[in-house]
Design a protein around this ligand. Structure first.
Ligand code: HEC
Ligand code: HEC
Ligand code: HEC
Ligand code: HEC
Ligand code: HEC
Ligand code: HEC
Ligand code: HEC
Length: 357
């Protein structure tokens, strides 16, 4: 089903060639490590899946997968972030892992993505979506069709050669984690996601070693013409109602009652929230990330403690976009570990709802 066999070969070559080169964020190395001009070498095909766009020697899933549980494949100075392990991943990266949806859990444990799993058995569209129309239901209804713009590319607009060495990665760096504006949609606007990329993709995350996410307090609309470049707006691109209809006073304001859990909404300095993330330090907790509502600037990489009345709760505060060990790709065991009254540090809800622990 998948093309793992090439990874070993590609990486052996990468190792030989890249050892002497400085570590760069963008890909480096001789072209033939990753590209094949005719999908043919000594008369044999290079990628058994057939020749690919950009003349690549493997596909997205092939390069970013491993059969064991290693989540960063290190060869010389090159590191490939692994998002799909076929064995239990020891240290899953920030986005989580597709292991659980494919091997232990099932459809509810991640996005169903082409090359890894078939169409979701329960969900025939993205919950909360308001986008319909031929050509649009790809991505907006499923990420597991064989359309060349679907699968990983339904969310990522890859730009492996972009220079993402600046602290805050935006358009010129290929956007945060290639979460760029999707070419399948018109009009094209500056809708990519901005962020600060932790070097090890949060393989060993702590309060001083983590990605920094762009949030916002602007109530973004349902049209692609608006953009806050926040990671929440990216999720809402396919799950719109979960942001656009979270408060009974929307679209005018969020002054009414909450009818869905807020996202891109400030953690208030009042009530139980005044103790959020633990006084006196309020250490940033990578299990329960918050996003910055101010435009990210150089220096924000030192974001080690949460600022209430400014930082926001957002979609990825509770979810992992690739998948997790828990249903609804949640970051912690919500079904079992969040009993009110039972002290349980592993329930992320209590980081903000301090009086419910
Ligand atoms: C470590 C893997 C890797 C190496 C080494 C590599 N590339 Fe790429 N390249 C990619 C991937 C993956 C893409 C897929 C599309 C993208 O992300 O832009 C790509 C896309 C491209 C594209 C089309 C998109 C663009 O940015 O123009 C060209 C042209 C290209 N590579 C040329 C080269 C050349 C020339 C070399 C050698 C100097 C090279 N690549 C080395 C991985 C690599
Ligand atoms: C030939 C191998 C190869 C292929 C094919 C490939 N990638 Fe990558 N990809 C890499 C490497 C190596 C990196 C790490 C680059 C770095 O250090 O930033 C990477 C990084 C990434 C990242 C993280 C970028 C970041 O900011 O850290 C994403 C997202 C990604 N790839 C998505 C894709 C998608 C989607 C495809 C299919 C279109 C794809 N890749 C195909 C080798 C590959
Ligand atoms: C390109 C469209 C698209 C984007 C962007 C997107 N999703 Fe989804 N999402 C879907 C589709 C389609 C489904 C239903 C099928 C499936 O589970 O893959 C889904 C399902 C889900 C589910 C339910 C999983 C299940 O099977 O029960 C959750 C939770 C979710 N998405 C969260 C997110 C979060 C968080 C983000 C942002 C990081 C996000 N999504 C971004 C399309 C998208
Ligand atoms: C290749 C995948 C893909 C296809 C095909 C696609 N979209 Fe999207 N769409 C996305 C992603 C990813 C987002 C969120 C990020 C962004 O805005 O670029 C999004 C966001 C949107 C939004 C913003 C919604 C909001 O609530 O903020 C609208 C509107 C939209 N798409 C309409 C369409 C229409 C109409 C079509 C068909 C002409 C279409 N899309 C086809 C991937 C896709
Ligand atoms: C539903 C949208 C979505 C789909 C589909 C998706 N990704 Fe991602 N991916 C994300 C988001 C969002 C992040 C950023 C996670 C973070 O920083 O917290 C990410 C991060 C990454 C990274 C960086 C490592 C990490 O965990 O942060 C890589 C590499 C990557 N994706 C590759 C892939 C590949 C390969 C596929 C297809 C098998 C894929 N993605 C499918 C949304 C998606
Ligand atoms: C406070 C934590 C939290 C935040 C923030 C959050 N979610 Fe969820 N989400 C959950 C929980 C818990 C569930 C499980 C179902 C439930 O309790 O409603 C869920 C379920 C989902 C589902 C599956 C719904 C279904 O019908 O199966 C999707 C899709 C989803 N969330 C997307 C999002 C998006 C997009 C955002 C941001 C706009 C977001 N979530 C913000 C906690 C959260
Ligand atoms: C990162 C912080 C954060 C996390 C984590 C979080 N919440 Fe919230 N939650 C908020 C904020 C902020 C509000 C809105 C506060 C306000 O009224 O301005 C809110 C509101 C709510 C409300 C509505 C309260 C009301 O006044 O009507 C409920 C219920 C809720 N959250 C439950 C949960 C549950 C269950 C979880 C875990 C799945 C969770 N929250 C995780 C920050 C968080």
């Amino acid at each position: 089903m998948l093309q793992f066999r090439l990874v070993a070969g590609v990486c052996l070559l990468l190792g030989l060639v890249l050892l002497a080169q400085p570590a760069l964020a963008r890909v480096s190395g001789v072209c033939s490590n990753c590209h094949t001009m005719h999908n043919s070498q000594d008369g044999s095909v290079v990628d058994a899946g057939g020749p690919s766009a950009n003349l690549l020697s493997d596909d997205c899933v092939g390069c970013h997968s491993r059969t064991d549980g290693v989540t960063i494949e290190t060869v010389g100075s090159t590191r490939i972030p692994i998002v799909y392990n076929q064995s239990l991943p020891a240290n899953p990266l920030a986005g989580g892992n597709f292991y659980w949806i494919a091997h232990d859990g099932g459809d509810a444990y991640g996005h169903n993505v082409y090359g890894i799993s078939g169409v979701d058995g329960d969900l025939s569209t993205a919950p909360g979506s308001q986008v319909t129309g031929a050509g649009c239901v790809n991505c907006h209804s499923t990420l597991s069709s064989s359309d060349p713009a679907n699968g990983c590319k339904g969310c990522h607009v890859p730009r492996h050669h972009a220079d993402d060495s600046s602290v805050v990665v935006s358009s010129s760096g290929g956007w945060y984690r290639f979460l760029g504006d999707n070419p399948g949609m018109t009009p094209l606007t500056s809708n990519g996601v901005i962020g600060i990329e932790e070097e090890d993709w949060e393989q060993s995350a702590s309060n001083i070693n983590h990605n920094v996410y762009q949030g916002t307090t602007t109530l973004y609309g349902k049209s692609k013409a608006t953009s806050t470049n926040s990671i929440g707006e990216f999720c809402a691109g396919c799950h719109g109602d979960f942001h656009h209809d979270m408060n009974e006073s929307q679209p005018a304001s969020v002054n009414g009652a909450w009818i869905r859990h807020p996202s891109d909404v400030v953690i208030p300095n009042s009530g139980e929230y005044a103790d959020a993330f633990g006084l006196p330090d309020r250490d940033y907790n990578p299990m329960v990330p918050v996003a910055k509502s101010t435009a990210l600037v150089d220096g924000d990489e030192n974001f080690d403690s949460v600022t209430i009345a400014s930082d926001v709760v957002t979609c990825i505060s509770c979810h992992r976009p690739h998948g997790s060990p828990y249903p609804d790709m949640l970051r912690w065991d919500y079904s079992n570990d969040c009993d009110a009254g039972t002290a349980n540090a592993d329930c992320g809800c209590f980081s903000c709802h301090t009086a419910k622990d």
